[in-house]
Write a protein that binds this ligand. Sequence first.
Ligand code: G3P
Length: 225
Amino acid sequence: MRYMIDTANIEEIKDIIEFFPIEGVTTNPTLVSKEKMDFKTLVTGIRDVIGPDRVFFVQLRGDTAEEMIEEARALKKLIGDNYVAKIPMGRAGLKAVMTLSKEMPCCVTAICSRQQAMLAARAGASFVAPYVNRLDNIGAGGVEIACDIAGMLDHYGLPCEVVGASFKNVDQVQECAMGGCHVVTLKAEMFDMLASHPLTDSGIAGFDKDWKAFYGENKILDLLK
Ligand code: G3P
């Protein structure tokens, strides 16, 4: 399973990509609006920070397939390679994917059922984004739906990956990993939740104490001089 970060905040992105293995950035209209910045400046700013090799998902806002197609082409021109057109699930979205997927990778988002995902994959989407926690919140089994979709796509050999979205705890992420989800996109604060464990902290504190008891404040390079 691979990791992406789900934010449009440039400082969060800078921090997380420095310390964690992040394949790309996903955004949505809520996350983008939260930054209260000129849209074009924000999008190009994120691209500058993440470099040309990471994937960058920006969601379309058009009401019709034709509007979405125009938006995606303009965004691709601005963002360059590795732009992924994020398209809301629905009739217009599916129609847009059937054209756009010949020009650029598409991610169909706000997926809440297995058949929505199947339709998106058949339309040509490279990614589908099920909303895990929002489904879990209403007792609809978000983790199970995301994992079933991953299994279904793999079973039929469809070139479409699950980007699980909307996570709130480590268990949801871990269960999606065990269930075959290909990618998860996480809020910045979740990376430290995934990386930390009290036994790791106490283990490392023990190494530090034992080393200092004999070598004091010397680091390895001091002792190799
Ligand atoms: O991109 C979808 C994701 O951001 C939704 O997450 O936390 O608003 O449920 P959340």
